[in-house]
Design a protein around this ligand. Structure first.
Ligand code: NAD
Length: 349
């Protein structure tokens, strides 16, 4: 077999380090591109066999057309979410694999970090004390013990979060389109419908995938049904929250605080340094003015353990594909979430 060539997009120094380390066990030829994959850069895939992409690469039908023309056989996503791939266009043309789990702990723990910081205002206290300002006015929080957390999506990350928040003594409600049988016996929480979750939760944390059904799940209507002063945490995907509705809720005080590790227009900004430039995104700029909003730059996954797992699973997915083995982590548009995870019959097509 000719040497298989992998075009690796949106490569950051930490990606190169973890993949180079893990690739010692695989020996693939990887070419790292700092650029995002999109319509303007897709021509770079000429001469490659496999594309390795991340969350803010664009794999819509126009990009897939170019990849297909260039003979790309496999898209190896090095992330769990795949909302950026036009799976319908890929179907029967390019196989797509992902890393379904690399550290649910990393994301669940980051969600808790956002909750704690927003509640006890540690992000503000940090700046005050550095300025020799030891006044605590305005930093009042609440006991999380006894409050209600609503978890939307009780999959791998949602379950880890439930168990951490249970340790805080919170009451926990969960909503999932596909509730897992017996999960309520394993963890201390109750499944409720979405409206009840909105009505009763002091903190709402989102852990379901972004798809056509969940796009703008958090919108004016759902916010109106929430408790006054609710805290909203989104570490899942930006498009799950209608940011204009969130802004409105923050401005009129309905929403008490928001922790966002993801943002619907993040692809232009997140993971990059714009510290010497003016932000042209007025909504992001406005969000950053709120003292009760904490934004992190899609770093929920970013732990040493997760990076190492991402690299090893991605390279193993590629090896399985090349050696004709069943693709345990393949995704295709014909399978819904559950079917994909349960898929036993191997390749989708
Ligand atoms: P998972 O597949 O284990 O769990 C997702 C859960 O959502 C499943 O139980 C599924 O049944 C449920 N679900 C599907 N459709 C739903 C709907 N319409 N309403 C409610 N629930 C629905 O996935 P996971 O590993 O727990 O990851 C969850 C999400 O976290 C991913 O989709 C990804 O977008 C995001 N994520 C973010 C980061 C980060 O760095 N911030 C890292 C990894 C994953």
């Amino acid at each position: 077999m000719n040497e298989i060539k992998i075009a690796f997009f949106d490569a950051k120094p930490y990606d190169k380090e973890s993949f180079n380390q893990e690739n010692l066990n695989f020996g693939f030829s990887i070419t790292y591109f700092d650029l995002h994959l999109n319509k303007d850069t897709a021509s770079l895939t000429k001469g490659f066999d496999i594309v390795c992409s991340f969350v803010n690469d664009t794999l819509d039908s126009s990009v897939l057309d170019i990849l297909i023309k260039n003979g790309i056989q496999l898209i190896a996503l090095r992330c769990a979410g795949y909302n950026n791939v036009d799976l319908k266009r890929a179907y029967r043309n390019i196989h797509t694999v992902r890393v379904p789990a690399y550290s649910p702990y990393a994301v669940a723990e980051h969600a808790v970090a956002l909750m704690l910081a927003l509640n006890r205002k540690t992000h503000r206290a940090y700046y005050r004390t550095r300025d020799n300002n030891f006044n605590i006015n305005g930093l009042l929080g609440f006991d999380m013990h006894g409050k209600t957390a609503g978890i939307i999506g009780t999959g791998k990350i949602g379950q880890k979060l439930i168990s951490i928040l249970d340790g805080f003594g919170m009451k926990i409600s969960g909503y999932d389109k596909f509730p897992t049988a017996d999960l309520e016996k394993q963890y201390r929480f109750n499944y409720v419908n979405l409206n009840t979750l909105y009505e009763e939760s002091d903190i709402i944390s989102i852990h379901c995938p972004l798809n056509t059904e969940t796009y703008h799940l958090i919108n004016n209507k759902s916010i109106a049904g929430m408790k006054d002063g609710v805290m909203i945490i989104n570490t899942s995907r930006g498009g799950l929250v209608d940011t204009k509705a969130l802004l409105e809720g923050l401005k009129n005080g309905k929403i008490g605080s928001a922790g966002l590790d993801v943002y619907e227009e993040e692809s232009e900004y997140f993971f990059e340094d714009f510290s010497s430039q003016i932000l042209s995104d007025d909504i992001l700029a406005r969000l950053l003015t709120f003292p009760n909003v904490l934004i992190t730059s899609h770093q929920g996954f970013f732990t040493k353990e997760a990076l190492s797992n991402i690299a090893s699973t991605t390279l193993q997915n590629i090896r399985d594909f090349l050696e004709g083995r069943d693709l345990e982590n393949e995704i295709c548009y014909r399978c819904d979430e559950k079917a994909c995870r349960k898929k036993k019959e191997g390749r989708c097509f």
